[in-house]
Design a protein. Structure first.
Length: 125
């Protein structure tokens, strides 16, 4: 589950920059595998057609809780996104996020990275 907000700034005719802030609940059903993040994706978007946009960029994730759970407080990822516009203001968003940093503290000798697929619905004002 994720919810967020973004601002989009036009750089060129078909190119824009979209910083975002979102809350994302990630992990599995088992409590010890769940991590809630406040995420800061920075997407560079290219508009192929009026209804189709592709985006790429980095993402910083900050853990949303501060108790000692042997997981790092920061995670870095790369994002690939595809947006399909249903109208001028409504769109469907498909994203793949690939983690590039280990989410566990170094002292645990465990190695795991966040990898996610998100499907979302958006409204542009």
């Amino acid at each position: 589950m994720a919810i967020g907000f973004f601002v989009e700034s036009r750089i060129a005719e078909n190119l824009s920059f979209a910083p975002e802030i979102q809350f994302s609940a990630e992990g599995a059903k088992e409590e010890f595998l769940r991590i809630d993040y406040i995420q800061l994706p920075l997407l560079l978007k290219y508009e192929f057609a009026k209804f189709l946009v592709i985006g790429v960029g980095p993402q910083l994730s900050v853990k949303g809780h501060d108790y000692e759970d042997e997981k790092k407080n920061l995670a870095f990822s790369g994002i690939g996104a595809l947006e399909y516009y249903l109208s001028d203001h409504l769109f469907i968003d498909f994203r793949y996020t690939y983690g590039v940093t280990n989410i566990y503290d170094d002292k645990t000798n465990l190695d795991a990275k966040n990898t996610n697929i998100q499907i979302g619905f958006g409204v542009k004002f």
